[in-house]
Design a protein around this ligand. Structure first.
Ligand code: NAD
Ligand code: UGA
Length: 433
């Protein structure tokens, strides 16, 4: 059993803290947000993350998990300090490390000898060295503590399942002792562990997200070509994915990738490439295709509306950046809804989880309702922008009766075109017949 501090209680921090407590460690998790800390100490989890409330309740009840305000309070006496703070996109695309810098300066005075400071936030190549330098500047002598890189690969919505059943654990360290100690922290997971140097571990994280983004942009390009040549991308992806060298992951066409990670991490890797003097043209194209894909959905909706969206009532199903999460950070759905508003459309939207407050602050002109049928009432067209499974099972006879028009644009390819057409609804997907 180890004493672990986790700095940051967001998606990654809260999951890391709850899962490490579940594995038997003694965990103190810190955040700056007093309300968040108070809620988590009552086992109230303000984000939608399957199994997380149960694990937090279990950890608190067992006395192995607590939440505090302030990183120093958590780091005191810890064997490991996991940095899980946000690393947002800076103005030039690069990762903004200001929260990392602040967290390091808070923990530096209290670190015990031999503590391992673990970079779990996604930080650019060279960040283990940066954290080491920051610690030195804050008065921590070389050799007093270790700095390791242990990137996180979880997906939102299924974070707990993935933390406890990881595809791999990557550990970037300078010493064998640190590799052994970090590996032992995870020994109950019996996962594949890859030990490498910190720079390579940092690169694994960015290359993985960039590759996922590349696959999504690739299949979106294939879908667009399918439209031009009359093929159906659903069958094409099926035919490709059964090749074991290709597989099905990240091969679903849609309105482009979004969320708090793929867009910012591709931008950050491009910034790293630029400062290293390498023109990463392949990745640049991935990012450009992604931006164009969001716009393509707007164009499709405009065309279906008859050339203009001005004054057009549009029903929207889905605002979260993907199904299974309440997160609307860099959501393609929300951006598309906001673009439609810019063009004069009158949007009424439904999402089963996206927080109305977050939507209101990002796109105030979008009217949010709490029933999918209400979003259809009087709509000239309906746009499906997030792939929530519940949308498949709605009563499309009722939808047809509520709408003033009869067109559905399914930007996630989740509905059955024949079933809709049989009810008099015209259907358009992405790259589908
Ligand atoms: P988040 O914004 O949900 O949470 C970050 C938390 O850190 C916030 O609650 C913030 O208040 C807190 N924080 C900031 N500075 C602090 C400080 N000095 N002391 C204590 N708390 C502080 O972010 P997230 O989605 O959990 O992502 C965190 C990191 O993990 C990012 O680098 C991200 O790229 C990476 N990551 C995220 C995911 C994901 O699915 N969200 C997956 C893998 C990696
Ligand atoms: C992504 C990665 O999948 C995680 O491995 C990584 O840890 C995480 O980023 C991170 O670094 O934060 P996440 O942001 O939760 O996880 O979302 P994904 O499930 O990868 O989806 C990202 C976006 O791509 C969503 O907008 C989703 O709708 C879209 N997507 C995904 C597609 O359009 N098609 C697909 O086939 C898959």
């Amino acid at each position: 059993m180890a004493r672990v501090a986790v700095v940051g209680a967001g998606y990654v921090g809260a999951t890391t803290a709850a899962c490490l407590a579940h594995l038997g460690h003694e965990v103190v998790c810190a955040d700056l947000d007093e309300d968040l800390v108070a809620a988590l100490n009552r086992a109230e989890v303000p984000i939608l993350e399957a199994q997380l409330p149960e694990l937090i309740r279990e950890g608190i009840a067992a006395g192995r998990l607590s939440f505090v305000v302030g990183a120093a309070k958590a780091a005191e006496g810890a064997d490991f300090v996991f940095l899980c703070v946000n690393t947002p996109q800076g103005p030039g695309g690069e990762a903004d490390l200001r929260y990392v810098e602040a967290a390091v300066s808070e923990i530096a005075p209290v670190l015990a000898p031999g503590t391992i400071v673990v970079n779990k936030s996604t930080m650019p190549v060279g960040s283990a060295a940066t954290v080491r330098a920051l610690l030195r500047e804050a008065g921590v002598a070389d050799g007093h503590v270790e700095v390791a890189t242990n990137p996180e690969f979880l997906q939102e919505g299924t974070a707990v399942r993935e933390f406890l059943n990881p595809s791999r654990i990557v550990i970037g360290v300078e010493t064998e002792e640190a590799a052994v100690r970090l590996s032992l922290l995870y020994r109950k997971l019996q996962a594949r562990i890859i030990v490498t140097d910190p720079v390579s571990a940092e690169m694994v994280k960015y290359a993985s997200n960039a590759y996922l983004a590349t696959r999504i942009s690739f299949i979106n390009s294939v879908a667009n070509l399918c439209e031009a040549v009359g093929a159906d991308v659903s069958d094409v992806a099926l035919g490709m994915g059964y090749d074991p060298r290709i597989g099905f992951a990240a091969l679903k066409p849609g309105p482009g990738y979004g969320g708090s990670c793929l867009p910012k991490d591709t931008a950050a890797l491009l910034a790293t490439a630029a400062s290293a003097g390498y023109p990463f043209d392949h990745l640049r194209t991935t990012v450009e295709v992604n931006a164009a894909q969001r716009e393509r959905v707007v164009e499709k909706l405009r065309a279906v509306a008859g050339g203009t969206l001005d004054g057009c009532p549009v029903g929207v199903w889905g605002l979260a950046f993907k199904a299974g999460t309440d997160d609307v950070r860099d959501s393609p759905a929300l951006e598309i809804a906001a673009r439609l508003v810019e063009e004069g459309a009158l949007i009424t939207a439904y999402d089963p989880a996206a927080s109305p407050a977050a939507v209101a602050s990002a796109a105030p002109a979008v009217k949010v309702v709490d029933d999918p049928y209400d979003a259809c009432e009087g709509a000239w067209l309906l746009a499906v922008l997030t792939e929530w499974d519940e949308f498949r099972w709605l009563d499309f006879g009722r939808v047809a009766g509520l709408m003033a028009g009869s067109a559905v644009v399914d930007a996630r390819n989740i509905l059955d075109p024949d079933a809709l057409r049989a009810r008099g609804i015209s259907y358009e997907g992405i790259g589908r017949r």
